[in-house]
Design a protein around this ligand. Structure first.
Ligand SMILES: [Zn+2]
Ligand SMILES: [Zn+2]
Length: 593
């Protein structure tokens, strides 16, 4: 909640949400006398309030707090604005209420600036910028969602407060829809599913943000990597392998040192003179491959690709499951080309992205043209200061999008430090957009490294670089796919494609032979030989989202059949093993879902 005197325009819903934060604070102070209020802002879909409450509040207490809020709403308590001097405000938070948090906020305001306070009813007041509803009955249907710890001002050296989250909507339908969405997102959460399906893990000894891929998660990665590599090879990309570290010197040349150092790991002192650092991006390494030889126009476009490992020093508080990590593998490529080739190269990349998304079943993506922000350029700024270069890059991207007939939205301040880019935006289950695939046009790095090629005219020319990622980083794409499929990966990606379930011990040998037949064709299969009831085995395979369960008993053993259960369709009946193998082969090849 901010301090300064002026009302700001806000949507009706935000006004309701913010007013609900006050009602929450009033209710908490009534139920827990002596609670000290810190801040209570509006956030996406709702609000929270951070408070120093002299009791440990749990989720079980939320209904009671909601009830107290409802009483304030039912009474239609009016919101009234008042301007106080800084002195009066400080007095209020020293004598009437001892509140060091509000005092700290107020101390930061210039002495002459009046502070606005809002009354809720005639007996409760809070420092606030507003605006608010005229009275509490104007607040739409709401619900408190959860409670969490939060440090005052996000600083772990300062007091830990209790943060209560709530949501407010214009009508009951919207509220219920949102609560359904939240539950759906919880069910799909990649951290939860990743654990249930045994895809990845973290270890305290390895460190935060450094995922360990378990065999099943590694399988999904490997399948994606093989598939995309093959698509790239078929489109004239050449795959290379380069190291995760380089001398700091290289990043001084590239400009990463100037513009990207904050996201890099600390430098390693190797021997007396060498300073090495983990790479935050793969581009400079690929540039070294380009420079390893004299290049001719005949070699262009030169498309160098790699599932390159990158290291980013994200703050530990920002790490989250697979979506924010410190080590990632990017489906990276750098296309070195002539200016005349830029447009067709961009088009080729967009077509590859569209193909890949089609196979993965991604249909709700949209394009964003990410541009620089001239006010954040130059020494110490985020962007290279070269307006002419930025304009040129932007023009190429726009022309290519026009040729493709694709719509896009422009986003200033979202470019890479060296050039504008097209970002392909996806939505997570809660509707937040995230970037997975990108295409960037870059004139900067070729000039930093003095790249050249010999043209048709026998003269030296400077190539242009296109940086692109199709499935982006494997961590992000897999986190996205886990949530999209809710763990039910299509056959070609499923870590286990079939489980063979012998009905009794005497069918174990036949079950093993069925499994061998699948394995011979490179299918991923398990035999569930546990001494459990068949129904329990089916339930477990179903919970693991295994596409097929092959139940085998006396009759199957005699006839050389398998009784097929599909995870969604259920029992498909007995069929000859060869028939099942042909179906599976077909689904793998065509990547059907
Ligand atoms: Zn307020
Ligand atoms: Zn790059």
């Amino acid at each position: 909640m901010s301090h300064n005197g002026k009302d700001v325009s806000a949507s009706e819903l935000d006004v309701m949400r913010h007013s609900a934060a006050h009602v929450l604070a009033k209710a908490v102070q009534k139920l827990y006398p002596g609670s000290k209020l810190a801040i209570g802002p509006v956030i996406e879909n709702g609000f929270y309030y951070d408070m120093d409450i002299p009791a440990r509040v749990s989720e079980d207490d939320l209904p009671r707090i909601e009830q107290a809020m409802r009483e304030i709403v039912a009474a239609g308590e009016p919101f009234k604005r008042e301007e106080w001097t800084k002195q009066r405000a400080l007095e209020h938070y020293s004598s009437e209420q001892d509140n060091p948090f509000k005092r700290e906020i107020i101390e930061e305001v210039p002495d002459t600036e009046p502070l606005s306070f809002y009354w809720t009813g005639s007996d409760w007041v809070d420092l606030c910028r507003g605006p608010h509803v005229t009275d509490a009955s104007k607040i739409g249907p709401f619900k408190l969602l959860n409670i969490a710890g939060a440090y005052w001002r996000g600083d772990e050296k300062r007091p830990m407060l209790q943060r209560i989250y709530g949501t407010v909507w214009q009508n009951q339908d919207q509220l219920e829809h949102y609560l359904w969405q939240l539950e759906d997102a919880r069910q799909r959460d990649h951290r939860r599913i990743g654990k249930e399906l045994g895809l990845f893990a973290f270890s305290d000894l390895v460190g935060p943000g450094l995922p360990l891929w378990l065999p099943k998660g590694a399988t999904i990665r490997r399948e994606l990597e093989r598939w995309v590599t093959d698509l790239e090879l078929a489109r004239g990309y050449q795959h290379v392998i380069t190291p995760d570290v380089a001398k700091v010197e290289m990043y001084r040349v590239s400009g990463h040192w100037e513009h990207y150092k904050d996201s890099m790991f600390p430098v390693m002192q190797a021997g007396d003179e060498q300073q090495l650092v983990l790479r935050p991006m793969n581009c400079p390494h690929h540039i070294q491959i380009y420079q390893h030889d004299q290049r001719s126009y005949r070699e262009l476009p030169l498309r160098l690709a790699e599932f390159g490992t990158m290291w980013r020093y994200e703050k530990s508080g920002e790490l989250s499951g697979l979506s924010r990590v410190r080590r990632m593998d990017l489906n990276d490529a750098h296309i070195f080309c002539t200016p005349e080739q830029i447009e067709s190269e961009i088009i080729g990349v967009v077509e590859l992205i569209e193909h890949v998304y089609g196979v993965l079943g991604i249909t709700d993506h949209w394009y964003r043209l990410s541009l620089w922000d001239p006010s954040d350029a130059g020494a110490g700024g985020k962007y290279v200061n070269n307006p002419e270069m930025w304009e040129r890059g932007e023009r190429y991207l726009k022309d290519a999008m026009a040729r493709l007939g694709l719509a896009y939205v422009e986003a200033p301040g979202e470019a890479a430090f060296y050039g504008p880019k097209i970002d392909v935006q996806l939505r997570d289950p809660l509707g937040h957009s995230e970037t997975i695939s990108t295409i960037q046009v870059d004139f900067h790095l070729p000039s930093q490294f003095g790249l050249e090629y010999v043209g048709e005219d026998g003269q030296f020319h400077r190539p242009v670089m296109i940086h692109r990622g199709v499935i982006g980083t494997l961590v992000r794409m897999i986190a996205y796919l886990i949530e999209k499929y809710a763990g039910a990966f299509p056959v070609w990606l499923a870590p286990v494609q079939a489980v063979v379930i012998p009905i009794a011990d005497r069918h174990l040998a036949y079950a093993q032979s069925v499994a061998s037949a699948l394995r011979e064709r490179a299918f991923r299969v398990e035999v569930d030989s546990r001494r459990e009831k068949m129904q329990a085995k089916i339930r477990d395979a179903q919970a693991q989202q295994v596409p097929y369960m092959l139940v085998v008993g006396d009759r199957d053993q005699q006839a050389g059949t398998v009784s097929v259960r599909e995870r969604r369709q259920g029992d498909l009946g007995a069929q000859p093993l060869a028939t099942f193998l042909a179906t599976l082969e077909d689904q793998r090849t065509n990547k059907t879902r």
